[in-house]
Design a binder for this molecule. Sequence first.
Ligand SMILES: Nc1ncnc2c1ncn2[C@@H]1O[C@H](COP(=O)(O)OP(=O)(O)OP(=O)(O)O)[C@@H](O)[C@H]1O
Ligand SMILES: [Mg+2]
Length: 633
Amino acid sequence: MSAEKDPAVEAAEAELARLQAEAEAAEAALRAAEAKARLAAARAAVAQAEAGEAADPETAPADPEPGVESAVAGDSAAAPAAASEPTGATVSARATSGPLDQDDVRAIAAAYAFEGETLDIGALVNGDPVPDAQIRIPLGMLNRHGLVAGATGTGKTRTLQGLAEQLAAKGVPVFAADIKGDLSGMATPGEPNDKLLARTQGIGQDWTPAAARVEYFALGGVGKGVPVRATVTGFGPLLLSKVLGLNHTQESSLALVFHYADKNGLPLVDLEDLRSVLTYLTSDEGRPELRELGGLSGATAGVILRELITFAEGGADVFFGEPEFDVSDFLRTAPDGRGVVSLLEVPGVARRPELFSTFLMYLLAELFEILPEVGDPDKPELVFFFDEAHLLFRDASKDFLSAITQTVRLIRSKGVGVFFVTQTPKDVHEDVLAQLGSRVQHQLRAFTPDDAKALRATVRTYPRSGYDLERVLQELGTGEAIVTVMSENGAPTPVAWTRVRAPQGLMDPTPEARIEAAIAASPLLPKYGERVDRESAYEMLTTRMNAAEEAQRRAEAEAELARQRAEVEKADRAAEKKAQQEYERLLKKTSGRARTRTSSRAEKSTLEKVLGSRTTQTLLNGVIRGMFGTGRR
Ligand SMILES: Nc1ncnc2c1ncn2[C@@H]1O[C@H](COP(=O)(O)OP(=O)(O)OP(=O)(O)O)[C@@H](O)[C@H]1O
Ligand SMILES: [Mg+2]
């Protein structure tokens, strides 16, 4: 028997040995990393304790004598928070230093362990963070929509940023309005600091700085970004009624005006177009057409016209016009496969809240229009963050509300996920709220009896849990939230007190110069940068009204001319008659005297005399003046 081995076996053994060595090295590296993370977290906690920052909500260490009451109250003492247990270990005893017992914690960890791809929200907090219990949203359930709510400064924007970054990294385009300009930081890698790293390590987040591919847009081109405009026709009467604050009757009247314009081939591109149609319908020429329309009174048309003028004079005319924005430009991915994050700057939201929220609704409705049905995809086509959502629902008419509810319900099958971002869930209409699968509820405050009532109402909308939610919701730290999501089988997950991951981008705005450079280099700028003004209702109606006016002027002038001609003829006849009489008188006088000598010359000279007389001259002058129309002046 030969001692020589088969070369194939030899190669396989060598490969096996290599893989084993590699696996061992990887394991060692992992252990080292974990140890380092624990060390860093412990160091940070000690440093914080020494600095007397023990009560800092973001990294609050646990109470050494943990009990439900004290942990919930957050009055923890400064024990070194060896917060993170080794990953993969079974849920540790330290994980039960909060309101939940070990079984609860295990159940939560299991309920959030999904099969498919997920977005990571953060780690469960039970007194301490429990890095083994990661709280996530299944990527495929994002089209079941969501809510991010919380009082100001509690972490909504950072939660939104973190979700948006992860979505983009997984190839999902994202749209968000950047109201305070603080989301632009996504375009710049974040900056680490000890506090941040202690936080991320504590929740088992392997934090590295990263930037997303961001495209900047500006509503109406006011502000920094590629201009986003809508045509009036595209916007439609319902949304326009909302921004104009019209009542129900006026709303249906406006719909008739749109119908009229459409039927008569009058394109409504900008506000000027709509204004000219209303002006026309309330003018003498247009009144018969107004009557024919039925259901639209001149008075109502007048009111709408006034509202429209005020609206346009307030500067809103820049938001309407061409080129109209094509929302498919929000569905882009970068060449490397990452989703593009579209950030819309909205100037002066506070001054024009209804315009802002209505515009977002318009964009959503447009997306609904252009996207095909996809059912329930593995990952969404787009996730749309609807910030300051309370503005959308405020003073909304019944029709408008029903339009929102329908859009939100149906857009799911087009693969679009909508996240409403607002201060309290009561800002969102209950029909819409009922459709939101994921909820990330940051701290709520209950300063007034109204707040307290809203808080209790919010609590009632959660599934039963091991938490005293009314209390916990008021005591969550900054960047912590009460979370429940829709699991892959469509059932809500158990409520989890979560410390939210930190975004990998900058938590401050991206520097202006970089934003400007990005806009200047945008491939969309040539398409939308310049406003164009094509022939539309305004120009067409102006021409029509001018033509009508011109015709009337001409008719008047012709009538005047005819009148004057008649006057001239009358005067002519009178003059002739008078001359004849004068002639005959003279003839009589002279007859018999120089009759024979009377020549044609004598006759002529008499006629000349008559024509030269003062009365005749005055009469003739009057006729000439009349013909030039200057007579009465
Ligand atoms: N997940 C997080 N990780 C790290 N820090 C966070 C996190 N969430 C919030 N913070 C800290 O809290 C601050 C306030 O958070 P954020 O701006 O998200 O609040 P907000 O709820 O959006 O407030 P506002 O209602 O005023 O817009 C952040 O600037 C950041 O320092
Ligand atoms: Mg914010």
